[in-house]
Design a protein around this ligand. Structure first.
Ligand code: MRU
Length: 344
């Protein structure tokens, strides 16, 4: 299952706003459409946003191709700025755009055609490194999953959110592939229902046992002793181990702590932002109020009701048992563990 793939000179995206009812593949040939797809969440999930933006820069290079090098370079700058303005929280977006920028800054003596080829190569590397990293993360994380585990997850940190395998769902996939006889409970994840529309669908496609629950059911399940561990993804992790992830994650972490259940975060190192001291510095996106007033376009609240709709929250590091990355499992104190990974 792939959320996105580079085909010749176009970016194909599986439109995640329509899943699981319709499977529509979009074919994008310009960076403006990629920016739109990220902003409207046709492509979503921190690593997938970064990969889409990297390919968006390749499309920008195709669009801006001209003999005049300075015009070409300023076109790339403009595209980078517009792609960076699409969503503020997932750091993978900025990480990928900066990797792409390094390529054209380091090779300014090359022709626009050569730069286009180098940018395409870099975007493909970002894409394939993510996939390889997911597989590693899955293997590390599966060591934390006991046989027969009943696992709670929130939002979608699966193949649809990355290059293809998953972070939190990568850990779950690896444990399933090892024959651990696991069961997953998926929070539906209001307002946009990534849990019911995407996680439940993705796991069912792979034959991994999944039970869908409403967001307000997890406390009751934990109280009954029916959850052995929680694993979620992340959009940005600060250097002290605070974790921004889909709204509702913080509540799940508090519930896990209260019930003595391990709370794991699976994320690639591209999601770690060592420039931030704590999660308080992470910008939290607020989205359209109709996402709360409506479900699937159907109004479920007074049309004019006041709404507060933050898309993410921050789980303080004290509530996190371990962070699973492609470079290994990091346990508290996270400051030290994260620093060691980036020192390598
Ligand atoms: O708003 P979304 O759907 O992009 O939010 C996605 C999440 O919060 C995921 O848990 C996170 O990006 C990790 S994806 C591997």
């Amino acid at each position: 299952m792939r959320a996105l793939s580079w085909q010749g000179n176009k970016l194909q995206l599986l439109d995640q706003t329509l899943l699981p009812v319709e499977k529509v593949i979009l074919e994008l040939d310009n960076y403006e459409e990629v920016a739109w797809a990220i902003n409207t969440m046709q492509v979503r999930g921190a690593p997938a946003i970064g990969i889409a933006a990297a390919y968006g820069m390749v499309l920008a290079a195709q669009q801006g191709l001209t003999q005049d090098k300075s015009k070409f370079l300023s076109y790339l700058d403009k595209a980078k700025t517009e792609l960076a303005e699409t969503r503020p929280t997932a750091v993978n977006l900025f990480w990928a755009l900066e990797r792409m920028e390094k390529v054209w800054k380091a090779n300014e003596d090359q022709s626009p055609e050569q730069l286009l080829a180098l940018l395409e190569q870099e975007a493909k590397v970002i894409d394939s490194e993510d996939l390889a990293g997911n597989k590693k993360m899955g293997l590390y994380g599966s060591e934390l999953v006991p046989h027969g585990a009943r696992i709670l997850t929130h939002c979608n940190a699966g193949a649809l959110a990355v290059s293809g395998y998953g972070t939190a769902l990568g850990v779950i996939r690896a444990a399933h592939e090892q024959g651990k006889n696991i069961q997953v409970f998926a929070d539906e994840t209001r307002p946009l229902l990534q849990g019911s529309r995407l996680t439940a669908w993705e796991l069912m496609e792979d034959g991994i046992p999944v039970t869908l629950i409403t967001d307000n059911t997890s406390a009751y399940l934990m109280k009954q002793g029916k959850i052995d561990l929680v694993v979620v993804g992340a959009d940005r992790i600060s250097s002290n181990g605070d974790v921004a992830n889909k709204i509702g994650t913080y509540g799940v972490a508090i519930l896990a702590k209260y019930h003595g259940i391990p709370f794991y975060v699976a994320a690639p190192t591209s999601t770690i932002d060592m420039s931030l001291k704590s999660g308080e510095e992470i910008p939290i996106e607020e989205r359209d109020h109709d996402e709360v007033r409506k479900i699937g376009g159907v109004q479920i609240a007074p049309a004019e009701v006041k709404v507060y709709n933050p898309a993410f929250d921050v789980t303080p590091h004290e509530l996190v048992t371990a962070i699973i990355t492609e470079a290994g499992i990091i346990r508290p104190p996270f400051n030290e563990g994260l620093q060691k990974i980036f020192a390598k």
